[in-house]
Design a binder for this molecule. Structure first.
Ligand SMILES: [Zn+2]
Ligand SMILES: [Zn+2]
Length: 175
């Protein structure tokens, strides 16, 4: 394993843990299977299926971030990450094989993850979904209830008024 990269991920995340090791190995899998490099800023898009520790390794090592639009969250709760290379068109989904940590404590599990070949840790497949189109700019609409601005595709119509997601939910949930 690459010590330097692991330490970079740990520094970003704030602690060492098995979850971070999963994300670290997912990056390694992307590097090995797709030829993705650490410096391939902006051309790699990651779709993560969980918001756990591992995502931090992907942010630290592949520069995928929510703000840049190349880190997308698709909540299935699975330890699965899909990588898309915008330049080459290559794509790969890696998913943690279940049950591997059965007889291991956290320290053993982390050590195992860091040292095992990626083929042992993950199953690989083609992502079954495509990337959404890149974010477009929408007009801002002022909510008629709270007065805050929101992009028009997030605005709801309620009793003939244009309302934001907050006001719409509050109303429909009876708050
Ligand atoms: Zn952690
Ligand atoms: Zn509102």
């Amino acid at each position: 394993m690459n010590r330097e990269l692991w330490e970079k991920a740990v520094a970003f995340h704030g602690h060492e843990c098995p979850g971070l090791a999963i994300g670290f190995k997912a990056c390694q899998a992307a590097a090995e299977k797709m030829g993705v490099g650490v410096s391939d800023d902006e051309k790699i898009v990651c779709v993560t299926e969980n918001d756990a520790c591992g995502v931090d390794a992907i942010q630290a090592l592949l520069s995928c971030t929510i703000g840049k639009g190349n880190l997308l969250y698709r909540d299935t709760g699975k330890q699965a990450f899909s990588f898309f290379d915008r330049t080459s068109g290559k794509k790969l989904r890696v998913c943690l094989k279940p049950g591997k940590n059965k007889d291991m404590d956290r320290t053993q599990w982390k050590r195992y993850l860091l040292n095992a070949p990626v083929e042992e840790i993950f199953s690989f497949s083609e992502p079954k979904f495509d990337l959404p189109e890149r974010a477009r700019l929408f007009n801002t609409v002022v909510c008629e209830l709270c007065g805050e601005g929101a992009p028009e595709q997030k605005i709801h119509l309620q009793d003939g008024k244009k309302v934001c997601a907050d006001c719409f939910k509050r109303y429909s949930r009876g708050w």
